[in-house]
Each structure stands twice: as structure tokens, then as C-alpha cells.
Design a protein around this ligand. Structure first.
Ligand code: B12
Length: 216
């Protein structure tokens, strides 16, 4: 029964049907499936399939937009369930997160933000296409422990490095850790630009950030 629902959920993201995605996501949750498992084993792979179809020339930008909307619609239901699953007593730290300037991909970044909130972090999500100075100003304002930088494009990932440089120039680099993520990022890239960490997906991001703030 719920396998069938998961199949329909995946299909509604691939087809870009937000209404169906939201409705089926609610049914899936009601059937008792672990919300994290839904994200990692159904929703994220569905977006990968969308990316593949785009790469192969079967999908175009409007298809990506609609699939993105469907993914977000599903997350309006799954996100709160992720949070409800955790019982957190004290906050392990404060995180400022955003997608770097020039880049409007928000789904992965928002997923990381949701998972961090679920793990008890104070999260300041700056959104997408975030200028370098905004990261620095917010980190200073909220006394951030960690700044998380998302980039999905090979052309924007160098802005991750720009933020690291600007944090150093503002004298914040000693006390603020930086973690990078997004499809083109890698541990090698993180090391090359002087970031403190890298994570491939949202659950690894939570683990890595817990380690960065010394919560483990
Ligand atoms: C959906 C999508 C879009 C949507 C985004 C909608 C939205 N609201 O976000 C729209 C249509 C806007 C879009 C636009 C474009 N896109 Co696009 N897009 C995608 C697609 C299909 C899926 C991305 C996604 O949401 N994945 C699902 C999430 C859950 O995964 P994720 O983002 O990777 O995030 C996970 C990890 O990376 C990590 N993570 C992410 N951020 C962070 C941050 C931190 C701190 C950490 C620790 C971890 C972390 O954890 C996340 C959760 O597990 C990808 C293909 C792909 N497979 O990645 C292409 C893709 C990224 N896009 C691509 C391109 C080329 C574009 C455009 C340039 C197309 C165009 N010609 O206009 C524009 C650029 C617009 C811009 N300036 O940003 C290329 C990039 C190629 C490259 N190497 O540079 C890709 C790879 C498609 C392809 N195969 O060619 N896109």
C-alpha cells in the first residue's frame, strides 16, 4: 500500500504536479513511513531523475521549475514531520545558511535548513542568490557558529570561496566555521577553498555541523 504511494509521490515530482505531490505526501506520512526515508529514498532520487532527463534533452526549464514546485509542495508536509520526529533539549548552535550569489537553486539548501532545525539548531536561512556581504553581516549579527553555503552551478561555486575570504576580511573566520555543499562541491573543493567541512546530503550535513560545533 505505502510502496504504491511512494511510487506515486516519486512520479508526481517527476511529472511536476504540486497538488498531487502534497496530497500523496500526506498519505505517505499517515501510513507511518519515516519522513527522512521519504526525503532520501523517494524525493531526492525523483529530483535526480528530473536532472537526468534535463541533461538528456527530454526535459526543459519549465519542467525543472514544475518538478521543483512539486518537491517543495511535498516538503511543506514532510518538513514539519521531520522536525516532530526529533526531541531536542538545548540548541547545539546557530547556523546561517543560503545559496550563493548568482544561484537560485533552493531545494537542497532548504532541505539542509529544515533538517538542522529538526536537530535543534537556530537556523537563519537567507534564501537564494545571497550576496557575499549578506552572509558576513548575518553571521556577525547573530553570532553564528557555522555558515553553510550552497551552490548548484559550477559557475557559482567560486562564490563559496568569496564568502570565506570576506569572513576572513571581517575578522570572523577564527570563530565561524564554514561548510559547503551542492552538487558540484566535494571534499577536495572544500579543502581547496579553505572551508571547514563538506557534506553530500542533508543528513550528512547535520552530522558534519554537529561535529564542527563540538556537539558530538
Ligand atoms: C530543479 C533544478 C532547477 C530549478 C531550481 C528550482 C528551485 N526552486 O530550487 C530551476 C529551474 C530554477 C533551475 C535553473 C537552472 N539550472 Co538547475 N537544476 C535543477 C535540478 C534538476 C535539481 C536540483 C535539486 O533541487 N535537487 C534536489 C536536492 C534535494 O538536491 P541538491 O540540490 O543537490 O541538495 C542536496 C546536496 O547537494 C546537499 N546540499 C545542498 N546545499 C547544501 C548546502 C550545504 C551547506 C550542505 C552542507 C549541503 C548541501 O544536501 C542537499 C540535500 O540532500 C538539478 C539537477 C541535479 N540533479 O542536481 C539541475 C542543475 C543543478 N541545474 C543546472 C543548470 C544548468 C541550470 C540553469 C543554468 C539552466 C538554464 N540554462 O537556465 C539554471 C540556473 C539558474 C540559476 N541562476 O541558479 C545544471 C548545473 C550544471 C552545472 N554543473 O553547473 C544541473 C546539474 C542540471 C544538469 N544536469 O545540467 N534548476
Amino acid at each position: 500500500m505505502s510502496d504504491q504511494h511512494l511510487q506515486i509521490l516519486s512520479q508526481s515530482v517527476i511529472d511536476g504536479d504540486p497538488g498531487q505531490a502534497r496530497q500523496v505526501a500526506a498519505q505517505v506520512l499517515a501510513s507511518g513511513v519515516d519522513p527522512l526515508q521519504v526525503v532520501e529514498e523517494t524525493l531526492s532520487p525523483a529530483m535526480d531523475e528530473v536532472g537526468l532527463r534535463y541533461e538528456e534533452g527530454d526535459y526543459f526549464i519549465p519542467d525543472l521549475v514544475m518538478s521543483g514546485e512539486a518537491m517543495k509542495a511535498a516538503m511543506t508536509v514532510i518538513g514539519p514531520a521531520l522536525a516532530a520526529h526529533q526531541e531536542v533539549r538545548s540548541s547545539p548552535g546557530t547556523v546561517v545558511i543560503g545559496t550563493v550569489q548568482g544561484d537560485i537553486h533552493e531545494i537542497g539548501k532548504s532541505l539542509v535548513a529544515t533538517m538542522l532545525e529538526a536537530a535543534g539548531f537556530q537556523v537563519h536561512d537567507l534564501g537564494v542568490d545571497v550576496p557575499v556581504e549578506t552572509f558576513v553581516a548575518k553571521a556577525q549579527e547573530v553570532d553564528a557558529d557555522v555558515v553553510g553555503l550552497s551552490a548548484l552551478l559550477t559557475t557559482t561555486m567560486r562564490n563559496q570561496q568569496e564568502v570565506i575570504k570576506a569572513l576572513a576580511e571581517a575578522g570572523l573566520r577564527e570563530r565561524v566555521k564554514v561548510i559547503v555543499g551542492g552538487a558540484p562541491a566535494s571534499p577536495e573543493w572544500a579543502a581547496r577553498i579553505g572551508a571547514d567541512g563538506y557534506a553530500e546530503n542533508a543528513s550528512e550535513a547535520v552530522q558534519a555541523i554537529r561535529e564542527l560545533v563540538g556537539a558530538d
